[in-house]
Design a protein around this ligand. Structure first.
Ligand SMILES: Cc1ncc(COP(=O)(O)O)c(C=O)c1O
Length: 331
């Protein structure tokens, strides 16, 4: 079947919508003179669907718009058109499972050279692929027997906001790729990058949090991507009366934390059980396989949020106080 024929690259159903034309990923291509390909001159968003509906789409499109503005790139179509093309792409994937969506806007075709004025037609591409169980490592899912993922603190520093600001979700990803290689070399799942000042910034594709004495801490939003999952966790934690705040975090604090977890739109809330080969939090006490209590609570709050957003999307006219999925079982 289409999308299943190219071994490890296309090992799952994957379709791409290029400027309104949807095709299987193995037959889709971009022009070799596209500056997204030549220079990483593009921005993107990664979104997951929940029951065929893109989760928190409006926030992702707002961030896409901000990234576009920061690199002086125009959206090649209206927001309404983009939304309808996203839905068409979702509907084109013949699977029932949830999907990972990647929406890319590229500078488009132009001559070799750095003048953005020479590229007159930006292009969008919407990728949709199955969110298969291996999209999220087993170790990230305590329900599947894992106690958490392993991370390493990378020697690679996060780009300075005065260079390529990490708050722009840009297709120029070499900073993260080089850090991720360190993670892979150490057989870890993720790398933690620090700012040039030596404080924790974020992971290669996730934000990072730690818990100490019942308090949740995360790096300040300077030199990181302002993660949408991160923002939702602030809202959920604050609504649940769980103290959460931003501060400068030295990497050593990870070793003394009671819990560490990372967040992203694709992975959700993922516990970390090992930093640089040393157990952290509950794992330090040889209790691997059990996530920390606040990580567990936030995983459940996030799941409930996803269900509630889906209900609100399916019943747009419903009054705000109508029954919703409950947080009551969040422990
Ligand atoms: C560098 C980086 N930080 C953080 C995140 C998490 O952001 P979000 O929660 O919006 O997916 C991502 C997601 O891809 C990322 O690439």
């Amino acid at each position: 079947m289409a999308g299943k024929t190219f071994g490890s690259v296309f090992d799952r159903q994957m379709f791409v919508n290029i400027q309104g034309e949807i095709q299987p990923a193995e037959s889709a291509s971009v022009n070799v003179m596209d500056h997204g390909f030549l220079y990483g001159d593009s921005v993107y968003e990664t979104i997951r669907t929940y029951k065929k509906v893109p989760f928190l789409l409006a926030r992702h499109l707002d961030r896409l718009q901000r990234s576009l503005g920061r690199i002086y790139l125009e959206m090649p179509c209206s927001r309404a058109d983009l939304e309808s093309q996203i839905q068409k792409t979702i509907d084109a994937v013949p699977v029932e499972s949830d999907l990972i969506m990647r929406i890319v806007v590229s500078r488009g075709v132009g001559p070799i050279g750095l003048d953005i004025g020479s590229c007159t037609q930006p292009r969008y591409m919407i990728y949709a692929m199955e969110l298969t169980p291996d999209s999220i490592p087993e170790e990230a899912m305590p329900d599947r027997g894992g106690g958490g993922v392993h991370v390493v603190v990378s020697k690679v520093r996060r780009n300075s906001p005065r260079a390529l600001d990490p708050s722009i979700k840009s297709g120029n990803f070499l900073n993260n790729i080089l850090a991720f290689k360190e993670a892979r070399d150490a057989r870890a799942h993720e790398a933690v990058l620090c700012t040039s000042d030596g404080y924790i910034a974020e992971c290669t594709t996730a934000n990072i949090f730690l818990v100490k004495d019942g308090f949740i801490w995360t790096p300040r939003p300077w030199g990181i991507l302002d993660g949408i999952t991160r923002a939702v966790l602030f809202e959920e934690a604050e609504a649940a009366g769980i103290p959460i705040s931003e501060t400068d975090i030295p990497p050593e604090a990870l070793f003394n934390a009671d819990e560490v977890f990372i967040t992203s739109s694709v992975k959700g809330v993922v516990p970390v059980c090992m930093v640089n080969g040393r157990g952290v939090g509950v794992a330090r006490e040889a209790d691997e396989g059990r996530r920390g209590p606040l990580t567990h609570t936030l995983q459940k709050l996030y799941q409930v949020r996803m269900e509630n957003e889906h209900l609100a999307h399916s019943n747009p006219g419903e009054p705000a106080d109508s029954p919703r999925a409950s947080n009551a079982d969040v422990d």
